[in-house]
Ligand binder design. Structure first.
Ligand code: SF4
Ligand code: SF4
Length: 88
């Protein structure tokens, strides 16, 4: 998706990118993710590797906001399996 967006932006003239999934900004996921603070060691890999706007630091605790779209990428990045899927 990132490559497609970059190519579209570099194209001279009108360009359109078609996505296979619905927009994550407007879809309502059935699940999202939360941090298990007992497992988390605050290595911040989930923040520095992804740049997901739903992950932030609140009072020194890694936190996931309700804006989480449930993509699950952060759970794949965490070396300690401290990010877990939770039902909404
Ligand atoms: S990657 Fe995992 S252990 Fe590291 S800060 Fe994020 S949740 Fe915590
Ligand atoms: S599951 Fe996806 S949208 Fe939710 S916090 Fe992790 S990376 Fe961000």
């Amino acid at each position: 998706m990132k490559q497609a967006a970059q190519e579209a932006m570099a194209f001279k003239g009108t360009s359109v990118v078609l996505a296979k999934r619905e927009c994550s900004a407007i879809c309502k996921p059935q699940t999202n993710y939360a941090i298990d603070l007992e497992q988390c060691i605050s290595c911040k890999l989930c923040i520095t590797k992804l740049g997901c706007p739903a992950i932030y630091i609140d009072n020194e605790a890694i936190t996931i906001s309700p804006q989480c779209s449930g993509c699950g990428l952060c759970a794949q990045v965490c070396p300690l399996d401290a990010i877990r899927e939770v039902s909404k």
